[in-house]
Design a protein around this ligand. Structure first.
Ligand SMILES: Nc1ncnc2c1ncn2[C@@H]1O[C@H](COP(=O)(O)OP(=O)(O)OP(=O)(O)O)[C@@H](O)[C@H]1O
Length: 658
């Protein structure tokens, strides 16, 4: 994010234009009482009737001129404010997108939403119409005093004596309001968070009958919000009437003292009329001073908060070398050609083999050790299964591969390069993850599946991916099939349906590395197995499958079992079964009863018997060839879709309909 001045600088000309319009409008304001004076003194008292029409036209001209220049001023400053707000909000949002996971661990959603919406709104108001109104009020007051002084220097002492008093009240009020506004801004964020969490988690709230608890939690924050606003109202109520009262006292004093001067012949009645008009004109800036200071104090508080967020730097950044590589590789390096906009899409010509190596990887977060001495070698096309009790660090391994966090010990190599040296966009484009927690956008099925590579993906690839994920059958039953808009986070779909779409999304991206983090937990075992077979046929993808069910990992080339922050067991399914350790015990718990713990299968689980006969999908044609990663060239061919008796389709037909 830039400095506030930088945002304003680009509108320098418009600021000047608006300022000029404001000055002309004030000047016209200053002229009106002079005409009033002449109408009284020259026309009414002096009897120069021939002047009347000219003076009246003068008043009319002033009125029209004021309206025109006020319009120019207001439009200009509104335009500046809205434009500054637009750029500031865009930059803040972009900045948020660059932040690493640790930042989002520390800040809640409501807080960040308040920063990007309410706080930016307050700042743009201050640099726009509120700011110019403050300048106008000040300029107006000074010019009115000058005009008063020229009319009658002695009588000008009256407003001069009362103005400091009014200013003092305004400053006191501003100080108080500034503090309250800081608190109101904090509490707005809290209130947003509570409401957002409760609405987003409405199912959990209802399932656990937490409505009363949530209502009382919301009411607590709402009450605090109310109290702070009342405090603000009390401050306004204490000072605002005093300011207004002092303004009226000033007017009364001008009329009384000026009247005495007229009686004593030291002032004309026309001059008193003009002076009273000026005195009237000096009151409104005082009256809105409280409101202005209120808004400006609140804008300062908001800007401080925006700055606090904007000054935070992402922990995970592209190293300078990688960034350089990113810009030069467009023409020179065919291995890592980075996109300037950072879009995570692999383009034709990009070659990522997908070899992944963990060398003595350790990871700690806030002093808490999560992973220790993890060593993995995964050749292109191989599959790694990861098992382990909950909280043993399985998802953390995925987070490290994607550089959501950086390793604290050892290193991770992708195709022989430390991932910290690779451009982030390319690193993330090279892997495709089905997250444990399914998140779908409130958009059509097609757009959700296209998430990984929006511009380049054709409908054929989308439908192929859905078939591979066992999702096409239920999609065809949706109202608008692939164009059906699914609700926020996939509302309207079952857990298994959401999971299938998220698997399709990952497959459609066709990245060299495919990671499934407990991705089939909501599927029935038969569907899970069929999806696994489809995955197995993607022989050129390196796959990491995390699961709690043996069935999810058993066919992997290597399975690791995590325990006590490190790898406790490793090997193939058969080797691990033979070791009779934790993996074996898990197998016993899951299948032992059916298979008979003593009669352990060598490589086949009882599940296999229930599966449809192995059929061959068209991986050679349907999945990407080893190096070509463009969806256009590698997406499943029409043949795979339309060929009669196509194995993918047949398996899909066999899926139990959800
Ligand atoms: N953002 C975070 N901040 C602090 N600790 C974290 C964070 N994310 C994970 N952890 C901790 O790291 C450990 C490993 O978490 P991880 O999510 O990798 O476990 P997991 O094996 O995937 O669990 P599960 O099987 O339940 O998905 C846990 O103890 C967890 O509390």
């Amino acid at each position: 994010m830039k400095k506030l001045g930088t945002y304003m600088k680009r509108y320098g000309f418009l600021y000047l234009l608006g300022f000029a319009a404001m000055l002309i409008s004030i000047a016209l304001d200053m002229m009106a009482p002079q005409i009033t004076r002449r109408i009284i003194d020259d026309v009414i008292v002096g009897g120069q009737m021939e002047l009347l029409m000219r003076l009246l036209f003068g008043l009319l001209g002033i009125g029209i001129g004021r309206a025109v220049f006020q319009y120019i001023k207001e439009f200009t400053y509104d335009y500046i404010g809205v434009s500054v707000g637009y750029h500031m909000r865009r930059d803040l949002f972009r900045h948020l997108q660059t932040m690493s996971m640790d930042f989002f661990d520390r800040h809640n959603t409501g807080e960040l939403m308040t920063r990007t919406k309410e706080d930016v709104d307050k700042v743009w108001a201050a640099v726009g119409f509120v700011g110019i109104l403050a300048v106008e009020a000040l300029t107006h007051t000074i010019l009115v005093l000058v005009c008063m002084f020229r009319l009658n220097p002695y009588l000008t002492l009256v407003p001069l004596a009362l103005l400091p008093l009014i200013g003092f009240c305004a400053v006191r009020m501003e100080n108080g309001l500034g503090k309250v506004y800081d608190q109101i801004s904090e509490e707005t964020a809290e209130l947003n968070t509570v409401a957002q969490e409760c609405i987003a988690g409405v199912r959990t709230v209802k399932a656990f009958a937490r409505e009363d608890y949530e209502i009382s939690k919301f009411s607590r924050h709402n009450r605090l919000f109310y109290d702070l606003n009342m405090e603000q109202a009390k401050l306004l109520a204490r000072y605002q009437p005093l300011i207004t009262f002092l303004g009226k006292v000033m007017l009364l004093a001008v009329v009384i003292i000026g009247g005495l001067m007229v009686i004593s012949g030291r002032m004309t009645i026309g001059a008193l009329g003009a002076f009273s008009e000026y005195a009237n004109n000096v009151i409104w800036p005082m009256e809105i001073l409280g409101w202005l200071s209120n808004d400006i104090a609140s804008a300062f508080a908001s800007w401080r908060k925006i700055k606090k967020v904007a000054q935070q730097t992402p922990q995970i950044t592209d190293p300078a070398a990688a960034a350089q590589n990113a810009s030069s590789s467009e023409t020179s390096d065919p291995t890592w050609s980075a996109q300037k906009d950072g879009a995570a899409a692999i383009r034709p010509g990009d070659i990522v083999a997908g070899e992944l190596i963990f060398e003595h990887v350790g990871f700690s977060l806030d002093g808490h050790e999560i992973l220790r001495d993890i060593n993995i070698t995964l050749k292109p096309g191989q599959t790694l299964g990861i098992m382990g009790m909950t909280g043993t660090g399985k998802t953390t391994i995925v987070n490290l591969i994607q550089r959501f966090y950086d390793v604290t010990e050892g290193r991770i190599l992708l195709d022989g390069t430390d991932i910290r040296e690779l451009p982030l966009a390319k690193l993330r484009a090279s892997s495709s993850v089905v997250m444990q927690e399914v998140f779908l956008f409130s958009d059509s099925v097609t757009e959700n599946v296209k998430t990984g590579c929006r511009e380049k993906m054709n409908q054929q690839t989308v439908e192929w991916a859905c078939r591979q994920a066992g999702a096409s059958r239920f999609i065809s039953r949706l109202g608008n099939q692939y164009e059906t808009v699914i609700g926020e986070r996939g509302v309207g779909l079952s857990g298994g349906q959401k999971q299938r779409i998220s698997i399709a999304r990952a497959l459609a991206k066709q990245a060299p590395i495919l990671i499934l983090d407990d991705a089939t937990s909501a599927l029935d075992m038969e569907t899970e197995k069929i999806i696994q077979k489809n995955l197995k046929e993607m022989k050129h993808s390196t796959k990491i499958i995390i699961g709690h069910r043996i069935s999810a990992v058993r066919s992997a080339d290597e399975i690791i079992v995590l325990e006590n922050n490190t790898i406790a067991e490793r090997g193939t399914h058969a080797e691990l079964m033979a070791q009779k350790g934790r993996y074996y015990r898990t197998w016993c718990v899951q299948y032992g009863e059916e298979a008979g713990a003593d009669n352990l299968p060598k490589t086949v689980s009882p599940l296999d018997a229930a599966l449809p006969p192995e059929t061959v999908s068209p991986p050679e044609t349907a999945s990407p060839p080893k190096t070509a990663l463009s969806p256009e060239t590698v997406s499943p061919p029409e043949a795979a879709v339309s060929a009669p008796g196509n194995s993918v389709l047949r398996r899909e037909e066999e899926l139990p309909c959800p």
